[in-house]
Design a protein around this ligand. Sequence first.
Ligand code: MN
Length: 363
Amino acid sequence: MKAKVQRVSFKNAKRIIAISDVHGNGHLLKKLLQRIRFCETDRLVLLGDHIEKGRESLDTLRFIKSLCAAGNAYALQGNCDTIWEDLKAKRYYGINLVQYMDWRKDSLLCDMCRELGLDPHAHPPEEVFCKLQDAYQELFAWLSALPQIIESENFIFVHAGLQPGALDAQDAAYCLRRDDFMHEAPAFNKPVVFGHMPTKNFCDFSYGRLVAFPLHDARRNLFAIDGGNAVSFGGQLNALIFQDGAFSSDWCDDLPSAIVCRPQRESSGWPNSVCWQHNAVQVLAERDGENLCRVLDTGAELFIPHEKLFIQDGKTCAFDFTDYRPPLRIGESVSIVERLGTTCLIKHAGVFGLCATECLQFV
Ligand SMILES: [Mn+2]
């Protein structure tokens, strides 16, 4: 199917703001919009994956729909937003909607059943389908009518990726689901802003570090903005803000924070990290509680705690981890991603790293 392209004029906007992959975390979207003081003179583009994985898909969807109805917000379709259409067409791994709800509890359909007081197991799947269809026709229609591409005077917005060539000739499925666009993308004349894959997965674009902030590739005119909210360990919701020919970003997350009470020096050398898609490792040596591992795809070598390793398809794999230690000054605030005994995995200025637990004062 051809992608639907929506052309908009942002000529009179003070700021153009892009936010991606809200994934049912409407409370974070509200917090972020407040933080950046979103107002009528702004234009906001939500890059899709509005629902699924977070706790409040139905509320989030209604909130985003109301933002769009107010006139200065625009929404794209992401691969998670077509779930109703996919289940209807039996395109979703051949499962029916009840099986889907059993598998994904944090989903739009589960929220809808809860709101209706409908037990999906008390009826045949076809009946559940009809009840939801009747009750939420308008929301389903709104989701399925969303464009896959939005083009303004100066920007192109898409959920996951674009192929080379004209916007009107793009394939809808490609726009929704392109897992490695950051590596595969050609150069574009206009900046292309996209989400879908957490920027943490592109550590080769961030000097080997695991990051959650938006990444900019100036050579190819790309902005990857998915901070991994609701999907990735320690993820955040990013807002990329264009104003007066420059860009900046802001973010929100749900992580607890701590105050630095002893300074930390930045680790020296190129950081070693492991992240999803390239997470198969070879254990080279063991010492108490951790393993020296080599990441098979990248050759990076780093110590990874025992509990961060798992077996998949007979291979030893690691959850996202890094040996980078960010520079920290007394009084600075950091987000606590995970406490690992004497060490903490933290996030500071959008960068993941390690810090000795004794250097932090928990608030
Ligand atoms: Mn996606």
